[in-house]
Ligand binder design. Sequence first.
Ligand code: NZQ
Ligand code: ZN
Length: 389
Amino acid sequence: MLGTFTFHNPTKLYFGEDALDGLYEELPKYGKTVQLIYGGGSVKKNGIYDAVVNILRDCGKTIVEDGGVMPNPTTEKLYEGIRIARENKVDLLLAVGGGSCCDYAKAVSVSVHCDEDPWDKYFARYEDPTCPIVPVGCVLTMAGTGSEMNGGSVITNPAQKMKIGKVFDERVNPRFSILNPKFTYSLPMRQTVAGVYDIFNHICEQYFSGTDDNVSDALSEALMRSVVNASRIVISEPENYEARSNIMWAATWALNNLIGCGKTEDWMVHMLGQAVGAYTDATHGLTLAAVSLPYYRLVAPYGLPKFVRFAKEVWRVDPAGKTDEEIADEGLCAMHAWMREIGVAVTLHDLGATEDMIEGIADATILMEGTGYHTLTRDEVVQILKESL
Ligand code: NZQ
Ligand code: ZN
């Protein structure tokens, strides 16, 4: 392991069937007014909303409602959330939902006391907050993004057809996150597997870079094997607690900075997926799934030893009598077979993209330079998108 790094993750986690009780410990630390952030209504159907509201009332909080956060939260919704927070002088932003609610809460948190336009400052110019930050807490209902333990926030600007992620520093991490695997039982299977692929790809993005032997890569391999194993169980047993809990815990560790320690990271699949998302508003994990295989097949020759290691360690490919190219290819084929098995082997067409969008999606794709094994040219971006159609 050759890299130097600082690791500090300030998010406190409460994990397990009784995790929601952690709110009794956390809520008294903050002022009276809580902005209760949630999505399109799933939390009202599965009872999580009522359970949270009861605890907020027990703790004497004034609740300010902020529902309707859409998957892939937009700038327009962000401006509404900032207005709600300002008008009510809220003390805590409590996100009850998936990555979209949690990301949105973070974007509001850094914007309430900021005079500048948050899209321009944070997402277009990648600047860091210079104003006071309103604390965020999270009750997670969907496993995938890792937003519950990181400083990331992804916002979509539909007018500009751009979807951009800003990784804020640790001040923006949720102060606490409540992780009850049972809260994910009610997820539609399509969302569950989209989350699973998102987790898997977060690990890939950090794994497929660098050439030194690295503890982080060994941790990544263990996480990938766990995710694959649990996903195979959950598709036939959606209420298998063990599988749900492994998926939830793996999601958190896949993107809370740990497995990126001492490494360069790639993130090109996410740049392609986000550009697809900006054009189609498709489910995040599925946008990644659609472009992954063409991307990895293109870059594998540039990082062959790692793709060989991936095949052997994650997919248990038997290397006997095979060339490195054959082993690497067998690993990617095994990954593709698993994607088909869990139902994420989708095309861009399946997600609503059409041939005439390709140039626009390529324009919206941010090119990562020198992060992974190969810096894509624009022509290669177009090639990958066409192969993903
Ligand atoms: O809106 P509701 O009605 O709650 O329904 C949601 C939504 O339709 C539903 N859902 C969530 N929990 C549920 C449930 N339905 C039934 N039962 C439950 N327990 O699932 C749908 C998707 O939710 P969403 O929060 O959008 O999913 P996800 O967690 O995948 O978040 C996606 C967003 O996170 C960003 C993505 O780009 C996307 O905007 N990301 C954030 C990252 C980060 N902060 O580090 C990294 C990721 O790479 C990702 O880019
Ligand atoms: Zn992701």
